[in-house]
Design a protein around this ligand. Structure first.
Ligand code: SAM
Length: 278
């Protein structure tokens, strides 16, 4: 069995001082670094005075490259995996490589560090004993609302990644599906110059983002408090009513009636019905 190790190394999410000493030492020691975007990683490594051969490993070539990387590991070379920012595999490539390496009996070892979701959660002041990382929502509003409607009754804190292009639309859909007064926190540009953490309810956050173009710039983590037990029960009852009513009525009418009878937000009951104008 190979004694080589695949090190999965977290890199900073903004502040370059956040690369750990162990990450630096490991990057210096490995034979090569698999990187999501070599044009991004080369200057990053140069900043720390590290010059290593890089292997491009991104969403489009990971399947093909994984076998070649595993062959190098089996031949005894220790390698590193990094992504553009933060922890690889967290809304970033690497899952297929790690799975292939583990299947081949290679030791896969983490060198932990920054992760935007965890950094955001640590300053949000929302319940963090249970949270669900939901990554990026679908780009289209119909898909986004459907995904959100499936999460409306979840009681754990929900954590989403979002980009500047869609932050306003996504918050608007969250208001529609989760309700205007659901507590939420918006963490922007963490560890960077314009770091901002806004808290309030979903409608308040949307209003702040709409009022100030600067609040729409950069990278975002959106965290939404889970439904309370009463709200989760309301949504469950609303869904039960919706399913029953929809056997006899068009989806829009069924959703409207089920929302009225249960008190649940109409768009929390069924995303597609809601999109049809329910
Ligand atoms: N692997 C990374 C991690 O560990 O957080 C995430 C990579 S994902 C492609 C990029 C997304 O992470 C951004 O669109 C944003 O939602 C979030 N993100 C990354 N850096 C951030 C930062 N400094 N502040 C807020 N969110 C950030």
């Amino acid at each position: 069995m190979s004694t080589a190790t695949l090190y999965v190394i977290a890199t900073p999410i903004g502040n370059l001082a956040d690369l750990s000493d162990r990450a630096r030492d490991t990057l210096r020691a490995v034979a090569a670094v698999c990187a999501e975007d070599t044009r991004h990683t080369r200057p990053l490594l140069a900043h720390y005075g590290i010059d290593k051969p890089l292997v491009a490993l991104h969403d489009h070539n990971e399947e093909a490259i994984a076998d070649k990387v595993v062959a190098r590991l089996l031949a005894g070379e220790s390698l590193a995996l990094v992504s553009d920012a933060g922890t690889p595999l967290v809304s970033d490539p690497g899952f297929k490589l790690v799975r292939a390496a583990r299947a081949a009996g290679i030791k896969v070892s983490p060198v932990p560090g920054a992760c935007a979701a965890i950094a955001a959660l640590s300053v949000a002041g929302l319940p963090s004993d249970r949270f669900a990382f939901e990554g990026f929502l679908p780009a289209k509003s119909s898909g986004r609302r459907e995904r959100l409607s499936r999460l409306a009754g979840a009681t754990a804190t929900l954590v989403f990644y979002e980009s500047s292009h869609r932050i306003e639309e996504s918050l608007a859909d969250m208001v529609a599906v989760f309700g205007a007064d659901r507590p939420a926190v918006l963490a922007r540009e963490l560890t960077k110059l314009f770091e901002t953490v806004l808290d309030g309810d979903l409608a308040g956050l949307l209003a702040q983002v709409q009022a100030d173009p600067n609040q729409r710039k950069g990278e975002f983590v959106v965290m939404v408090q889970g439904a309370g037990d009463d709200q989760a029960a309301q949504i469950a009852e609303g869904r039960r009513l919706y399913a029953k009513l929809n056997e006899h009525l068009p989806p829009s009418t069924a959703a409207k009636l089920a929302a009225e009878l249960s008190g649940a937000p109409r768009k929390a009951l069924y995303g597609q019905a809601a999109d049809q104008g329910a």
